[in-house]
Design a protein around this ligand. Structure first.
Ligand SMILES: [Fe+2]
Length: 370
């Protein structure tokens, strides 16, 4: 009788432990109002100690980033949610926040704008192009200490995390920080064609004042990315009444977006003019959610001796954080299937990185329309 009672109790404990384990490896809950029990936020990765070969800091850079002088943070008046763009709840549940895109928010003071503008001009010597973006600078955080410190600034990160409703950190891959777009020489070309971003979170910051320009507009599609892609298979452009053009009051304003879920572009200019934007990437510190990055797109643009180690570090960080959470929370259980599933889930990012780096095929950047 006593033995039977003990077995029943053991079964109950095992059953409960199995449920906890399943919770640990299960997909995130389908509501963002209730935090999952097992959320352990990851510690952000450190910025590399040394720059990659071929990347040096500007020798004549004199402005030192100072958040008190260079920032002028003002919250957005409106935040559009993924649901507003037509995404269904079952899709939204796969993301750490339902943020889609904000109305323009002020990030930089006048002094901040002047400093970033000056650095942007110096960085133009490193410009490169690709099929989607004709005139850009990558790896600016390895070249400008001002850009590096602005992009890594904890004051900005905290401000944006609050808006996003989930803890963010500057992107673990420095190549995804401080990306600059400049106006193309060829006026028939868009500054950046319809696309979704290769990473999850970013802001698009106006370095120059866009309000007086004819053309050169940042725009996004009022719809899901799948719907946008489908329309652009057959039509030259997305329907005008579903294209939203945010009004930026001036330089120093930005939109924060979950850029891989918002189809957006920057239109071509109607006449030669100066137009500079800076895009800064962020990661969610809740690594329980699937990684949204598109490595194939990155591989088509960035130098491999920089990108591959950055990708390896980033994916190692994601797996390490998931392993750390598992080590802290793993319950006692004899459920071998669930244990192995938890281990596999934690190392999935590293496995994916190995496959990505081993893959020697050429890849293309994904964009829509011409
Ligand atoms: Fe983008």
């Amino acid at each position: 009788m006593q033995k039977q009672h003990l077995e029943t109790v053991t079964e109950k404990i095992t059953e409960q432990a199995s449920t906890e384990l399943l919770e640990l490896i299960a997909l995130p809950p389908d509501t963002h109002n209730i935090a999952p029990k097992s959320v352990v936020f990851a510690e952000p990765i450190c910025f590399p100690q040394c720059s990659p070969p071929g990347y040096e800091y500007l020798p004549d850079e004199v402005i030192i980033y100072n958040p008190q002088r260079h920032l002028a943070l003002e919250k957005p008046t409106t935040i559009y949610r993924l649901g507003d763009l037509g995404y269904e709840e079952s899709i939204i549940a796969k993301f750490p926040t339902n943020l889609a895109i904000t109305s323009p928010i002020r990030l930089l003071s006048e002094s901040g704008v002047a400093a970033l503008y000056e650095v942007s001009l110096a960085l133009q010597r490193y410009r490169q192009g690709c099929e989607r973006i004709p005139n850009m600078v990558r790896g600016a955080v390895y070249r400008s200490k001002f850009v590096r410190d602005l992009c890594l600034c904890p004051v900005v990160t905290e401000f944006l995390s609050e808006i996003a409703g989930t803890p963010l950190a500057p992107h673990s891959m420095p190549l995804m920080l401080g990306h600059f777009n400049f106006a193309p020489q060829d006026l028939t070309q868009a500054v950046d064609k319809w696309h979704t971003d290769t990473i999850a979170f970013d802001y698009v910051l106006m370095v120059t004042d866009p309000s007086q320009l004819l053309g050169g507009k940042f725009q996004y599609f009022n719809g899901t990315k799948e719907e946008g892609a489908e329309i652009l298979k057959y039509a030259e452009d997305l329907p005008e009444d579903r294209i939203i053009t945010p009004v930026f009051p001036g330089a120093g304003y930005a939109v924060l977006q979950q850029g891989n879920m918002v189809m957006h572009r920057a239109t071509g200019l109607m006449y030669p003019a100066e137009r500079i934007t800076m895009v800064n990437g962020y990661v969610s510190l809740d690594v329980n959610f699937p990684d949204q990055s598109r490595f194939a797109d990155m591989k088509a643009v960035d130098e491999h001796h920089v990108l591959f180690p950055e990708w390896a570090r980033y994916k190692a960080w994601r797996s390490r954080s998931q392993l750390d959470a598992m080590i802290q929370e793993l319950p006692f259980t004899n459920d071998r299937t669930a244990l192995c599933a938890a281990l596999r889930s934690a190392i999935a990012d590293v496995e994916a990185a190995i496959a990505d780096i081993e893959q020697t095929d050429e890849s293309k950047m994904l964009y829509y329309g011409s």
